[in-house]
Design a protein around this ligand. Structure first.
Ligand code: DGL
Length: 283
């Protein structure tokens, strides 16, 4: 893949799809989405100045999410993918309330498919503090898994590990085992990845678990839903050349290297700033 520099905002009239996350996790959803909708222009915002979001309060996450949404809308997106469980848990409902004309696609812990799959009745849900203690998690467990035993595990450090690019090797393995082993010891035969960053740890996790244990990653299902909604907004518009923009509130050179390593994207990265009023501004 190579980056085509785009004019502001997209150099075409196609409605674009906005994605955001605290960092690189949402790229797991973005990657699936562009496979399904290769013509769609996209814009991805990583708030790496504030990563990780997991231990932050829902109020703080809602403020960040609202400002990022305003920025995405100023750039001409027609659809916003909240490519994060933590942000969906804290802010999806308030965002839908606040921006009623905007379609938002969020992510909930994939407890429903896990409940259909488990034989032992024990489901491990791997996520951040915000996700596992948020209302969305409580709701999905209540709706879909009342009969199951849920083992929620806050996998502290995994988001930072993915941001650092520590996906393989002895140290990566030790950090994964610290959270994985207690969940396996509790008898879980299905593991839910309830944080988009963890998709990038899935190859290592798969090697560490029995092949009988199912690992559920919701990224493809979320991308499918986003592609359907995008097809509906893009209907009737002439074909265009797709363009992708990547923006970070952190270090653009670092994000560029992460994009190359994680999704094979080689292109420019734009810098965003938080101003003292909490508004997101382009450089
Ligand atoms: N990737 C995000 C999620 O799915 C955010 C994690 C974080 O920043 O703690 O939860």
């Amino acid at each position: 893949m190579s980056g085509t520099p785009s004019n502001h905002p997209f150099g075409n009239t196609a409605p674009a799809v906005g994605f955001f996350d605290s960092g690189v996790g949402g790229l797991a959803v973005w990657r699936e989405f562009v496979r399904l909708a290769p013509d769609a222009p996209t814009l991805y915002v990583a708030d790496q100045a504030h990563v990780p979001y997991g231990p932050r309060s829902p109020e703080e996450i809602r403020c960040f999410a609202e400002a990022i949404t305003r920025f995405l809308l100023s750039q001409g997106v027609c659809l916003i993918v909240v490519a994060s469980h933590t942000i969906s848990a804290a802010a999806l409902w308030p965002l839908r309330e606040m921006f009623q004309e905007v379609p938002f696609i969020g992510i909930e812990p994939a407890v429903k498919p896990a409940a259909a799959r488990t034989r032992t009745g024990v489901i491990g849900v791997l996520g951040t503090f915000g996700t596992l203690n948020g209302p969305l998690m409580a709701r999905v467990v209540e709706r879909f898994a009342r009969q199951a035993q849920i083992i929620p595990r806050v996998c502290s450090g995994w988001v930072e590990q993915v941001e650092e690019g520590l996906l393989e090797g002895t140290e990566a393995e030790a950090r994964i085992r610290q959270h994985l082993d207690p969940v396996l010891q509790a008898g879980a035969d299905v593991l839910v990845l309830a944080c988009t960053h963890y998709t990038f740890l899935a190859p290592l996790i798969r090697r560490l678990i029995d092949p009988q244990i199912a690992l559920i990653d919701p990224a493809p299902a979320v991308a499918r839903r986003a592609a359907e909604v995008w097809q509906a907004c893009a209907q009737g518009i002439d074909p265009w050349a797709s363009s992708h923009r990547f923006l970070t509130t952190g270090d653009p050179a670092r994000f560029q290297a992460q994009l190359r390593r994680l999704i094979g994207w080689d292109g420019p990265v734009e810098r965003l700033y938080w101003d003292p009023q909490g508004t997101l501004r382009a450089a």
